[in-house]
Design a protein. Structure first.
Length: 355
């Protein structure tokens, strides 16, 4: 028998009692099981105040924390003013409720969208929240010091990643990540980095196929304009272990490895399925007319990877696909990194449409 996912509430619903009650009712009617202090809930509705955005300290990575905050009005500079609440409360998503107006959503990937108050309000919020609450992060890494010696210093393919990273930086397509370390105490910053695999210098990642099963990929939290060292800046992904829910990486012995980009699971799915795909680039930018995923699953989740892989599958030529990640960015496949760069040069819009 399949057990229903458990959810709980944390914090105090000052002024939000009615909305919280409605949301709780909807979650229960959709098969979620409410418990008051579960060990490892699937989803936590974390009620915060602007004076004290109290974090919910999850015990397992599988717990998705949705923070809910009421404000009298929406700030003009939405991301700059609201993103700190999202991360201070150690949440996967922030919902800012403005009474009589509606709810603004903000994701870790800087996705932002609005749901107006009105009929079926709680249901519509549920539909926005549930895919995040039910998605599974694949951000664990297993490092095996089994990289063949001739690859310890990289090869022509890993060098093509360095070159492509420099080019993307030249084109200003690697926006600076939100400066998490400036708004979080050190232990929370480490927690956020560990938890979501984000908190780096810039958004975006690159990879290129090494052979039938393996690919080189940029590390998480590094400057993509300056990718040099194997095991530190560029990693060789050899597989995904479904039982451990971890990416398997071959690294040189004696190197303190960095984690691979959180989107490794997505690239792994695409390479495995399409032998003709030789390279993949992900940027937080947009291209006119790109077919897009239906929902903005969080970075590094199996669900996002699956949704993108599906769009690649649907492309006329999966090795030349440009896939939009809703409220997030693009994943572009190619025969090589050069092929991708040639196709996208001058064609990307820096602003990702939000809906
Ligand atoms: Zn991204």
């Amino acid at each position: 028998m399949q057990t229903s996912p458990v959810f709980t509430l944390s914090g105090e619903a000052v002024g939000l009692e009615l909305l919280v009650h409605d949301l709780k009712t909807v979650f229960e009617s959709k098969g979620y099981d409410y418990q008051s202090e579960p060990e490892t809930p699937r989803m936590v509705l974390n009620l915060i105040t602007s004076a004290k955005p109290q974090p919910y300290r999850r015990r397992a990575q599988a717990t998705m924390v949705i923070s809910l905050l009421e404000l009298p009005k929406v700030p003009d500079n939405l991301i700059a003013e609201l993103y700190p609440y999202l991360v201070r409360a150690l949440s996967n998503m922030l919902v800012v409720y403005v009474s009589g107006v509606g709810a603004h959503f903000l994701t870790l990937e800087l996705g932002q969208y609005f749901e107006p108050e009105g009929p079926r309000f709680a249901e519509r919020l549920f539909e926005r929240i549930e895919p995040i609450a039910s998605s599974v992060l694949v951000v664990a890494n297993q490092f095996d010091p089994d990289l063949e010696p001739e690859l310890w210093k990289g090869d022509a393919l890993s060098q093509s990643i360095s070159a492509a990273g420099r080019k993307l930086a030249d084109w200003d397509l690697l926006p600076t990540a939100f400066p998490l370390e400036d708004i979080l105490p050190p232990e929370d910053f480490r927690h956020v980095k560990r938890l979501y695999g984000i908190g780096g210098l810039s958004y975006g990642n690159l990879s290129t196929r090494k052979d039938d099963t393996r690919f080189w990929m940029s590390a998480s939290g590094v400057n993509k304009a300056n990718l040099r060292e194997v095991g530190r800046d560029i990693l060789l992904v050899k597989d995904y272990d479904i039982a451990k829910n971890a990416m398997l990486l071959s690294v040189p012995p004696g190197v303190e490895p960095r984690r691979v980009s959180v989107d490794a699971i997505e690239h792994w799915m695409i390479y495995r399925e399409h032998p003709q795909v030789g390279a993949i680039i992900h940027v937080h930018a947009w291209m006119e007319g790109a077919p897009s995923t239906q929902f903005n699953y969080p970075c590094g989740t199996y669900e996002l990877a699956d949704a993108v892989a599906q769009k690649v599958r649907e492309a006329t030529d999966p090795s030349q696909a440009v896939v939009g990640l809703k409220n997030h960015g693009l994943t572009i496949t190619g025969r090589s990194l050069e092929d991708i760069l040639n196709r996208i040069e001058g064609r990307l819009l820096r602003q990702v449409p939000m809906s």
